[in-house]
Design a protein around this ligand. Sequence first.
Ligand SMILES: [Zn+2]
Length: 402
Amino acid sequence: MELQFTELLNIPGLVVEYYRNLGQELILDVEAETDYSNCPRCGQVSNHLHQNHGHLVRDLPLSNRQVFLRVNRRQFKCKKCGKPFSEDLDFVGKGKKYTHRYATNIVEKLVHSDLTNVAKNNHLTEREVEAMINHVAQQIFPINLSGLKRLGIDEISLVKGQGKFIVVLVDLDTGKLVGLVKEKKQKAIESVLLSWGREVLEQIEEVSMDLAKIYKSIAEKLCPNAVITVDRFHVSKLLHEELNQGRIEQKKTAESLKAESREKVLGNLKGCKYILLKRSENLNEKQKNQLIKLKEASPKIAIMYNLKEEFTEIFDKSNNLGEGTINLLDWLEKAAPFFQKTVKTIKNWFGEVVGYFERKTTQGVVEGINNKLKLIKRSGFGFRNFDNFQKRSLLVWHLTNN
Ligand SMILES: [Zn+2]
């Protein structure tokens, strides 16, 4: 029976010696399967048992029953030093009342719930849960960034309407959050990046960003080997804004028309913001008809819409840097009279924008990360204290393989 429990327990190197069934609780007496340990002072292997030290630790539940392990942490006496030492057990920290995996499991629950509920549902106090968060954080931090090659920088506002942004740093290859910065200020961002160490910063090959000068100057300064690219969807966003602005202006112009044509033109320009912003291939029949009327109502909007579609196509279909660059230059010339702001911005960021055609990097994963951050914040995951929020958010992505 103990053998089956050893298998069920599934902690490598650990043997169940005895079990007791107390109804809602199972108590398993466990011990390391080796009969020796290494002295932490001199490294000498010792099998000279000095004392047994039993203590209870909480582990993951089995079939809905609480499980406690009665761990025997043995003391050996080192022949070389002549001093006793207690063995290291890699599944439970010294002096801890729970296994590492139990703490990890509790912290994982915090992703979908809040502290109060997680504590209540697991018969723990909030303070115990907080201690587990810190315990797990200690195991994971600092996060291993040795594989970071493509860094994405973006920002989100977690408190609506305050215009305050936090900066989100993402490993674009793993899709994991790797850092948060409390405010969109150069010094604050630089200090987080510098805390990663020069070695990490030097190995970064690409930094992808939106159209923010502050990010560009930070990347140029701190990531000496990185190519800077602008995320294409941030450029599209600018284009969309200008297209919508064009529609609003056309509406205003239409209002000064004579009565009978005014109603018709206005009718065709109203309520079609999203039709204009959608890709033509995603429009349904009704929307396609609306688009035709819209284009009839305003030839200028018709041109702008076609330019927007062409822009998307250039980014979807250009196969390499040369092709993309030529197509974009061509587009800029045609678009200049209609999209003054966007054209000017692209010219200012030309190298970073065309970098897309070579590397095809997008910040697609960042949107999902931002949504998850909002969830974490909403679950009362300690946003009042930014350091806690950052710690807990990073845990969400680095606990296991989420
Ligand atoms: Zn020793």
